[in-house]
Structure formats: C-alpha cells, structure tokens
Design a protein around this ligand. Structure first.
Ligand code: C5P
Ligand code: MG
Length: 198
C-alpha cells in the first residue's frame, strides 16, 4: 500500500502545528512540519543550505523544493510509518510541481486540511508566540508581513488548485485549539480514519 498523506495548510499562526500535534496523538499519523524540518536542517552542522534557509525564513520566502522535498522524503522513510500529516507544504507552485515530479506516484494524497483564520488573529498569535520565547527569527511584525504576502500570493493559489480537485477540507481555526480540534476530528472520522486505541 502506498504511504498516505494529508497536506496541512493555512496562514502563519492559523494553528497548523498545534492541530497536527493533536491529530498525531489520536490518529495514526506522523506529523512532519516542513518549517520544522527546514529549521532543523539550518541548525545541522555542515549543512550547505543553512544560510540560504535562514535568509528565506527571515524574509518569509519559500525554500526551493528540492531541499524541502528531500527533507520530507527522508523523514518519511526514517519514520518507518505509512501515514503522514505534512504541515506547511506545498506552499507555492515550485513546491507543488516538485512534489508532483518526485512524490505523487509514491504516495496517496487523502485530502488537504485548510485552517482558515483572519490575518488579525494570526498576527496576534505569532507575535504572542514570539513574545513567549518561540526563538523564531520570523515571529516579528516585519517578517510576518512578508509571510502573509507569500501566503496570499503563493499559497492561496495552491489551496484553490486542490479545491478545484475537490480535495480541500476547510476548518474555521479562529477559536481555541480544543474547539478547532472538534471539527478536525469530524473530518478524520468522516474520512474513515481510525482512532488509535488507548
Ligand atoms: O510553516 P512555518 O511557519 O513553520 O514555516 C516557516 C518558514 O519556513 C516559512 O515562512 C518559509 O520561509 C519556510 N518554509 C518553506 N517551505 C515550506 C514550508 C516552510 O520555505 N514548504
Ligand atoms: Mg508550524
């Protein structure tokens, strides 16, 4: 059986990571955050991409897909599992085309989970996260403005593309995480995905 994939998209601060961590506790999915994988690669001693990744992240720009896709692919293989939440990917056309070239034959895309949240709420959350010591070089107003531009110009067309294919599951992500997760569960249960027995 092909590994199964759910893409998780939404504006910066929409709660993708928070919801993915809930999902991976209740359903048999491995959470792979493209942003986390890139931040890890940036820190890896001897990485030839470290500086490029840092510059892209600070400017809210998207790293070339060859780098991101290979990090995702390696993490999938390393996990030894067969169901994945891929959080923050594909973020632009380069991501989408790169995935389609290399990975779409090797995986089955179940659906795209799309967290909808207003810019004001998202900004507030990211600034709060920065103030609470996220240590992220992009949780500041200047980077956030750039991240939002990238989201509107580059990521929304990808969401629209999947929407035309009937693959998008929309979730209102403006309330507290526990409430948002109730709606997320409906989507996973509705797709026939089994909860982890405990
Ligand atoms: O998803 P997250 O907010 O952690 O992403 C942080 C940054 O990582 C993005 O703003 C972008 O610079 C980089 N990124 C990327 N390609 C992706 C996901 C994240 O370049 N697919
Ligand atoms: Mg995240």
């Amino acid at each position: 059986m092909l590994p199964e994939v759910v893409f998780v998209l939404g504006a910066p601060g929409a709660g993708k990571g928070t919801q993915c961590s809930h999902i991976s506790k209740e359903y048999d999915f491995v959470h792979l955050s493209a942003g986390d994988l890139l931040r890890e690669e940036r820190q890896r001693p001897g990485s030839e991409y470290g500086e490029m990744i840092e510059e892209k992240i600070r400017n809210g720009e998207i790293v070339p897909v060859e780098v991101t896709c290979s990090l995702i692919h390696k993490a999938m293989q390393k996990s030894g599992k067969s169901r994945f939440l891929i959080d923050g990917f594909p973020r632009n056309k380069d991501n989408l085309d790169g995935w389609d070239r290399v990975m779409s034959d090797k995986t089955k895309l179940l659906f795209v989970l799309f967290f909808e949240c207003s810019r004001d709420i998202c900004t507030e959350r990211c600034l709060g996260r920065g103030a609470a010591g996220s240590g992220r070089s992009d949780d500041n107003l200047e980077s956030l403005q750039k991240r939002f531009n990238t989201y509107i110009n580059d990521t929304m067309p990808i969401i629209n593309h999947y929407d035309r294919l009937g693959l998008v599951k929309r979730i209102n992500a403006e309330s507290v995480p526990e409430e948002v997760f109730q709606d997320v569960k409906k989507v996973f249960d509705g797709a026939g995905l089994q909860r982890i027995a405990n």
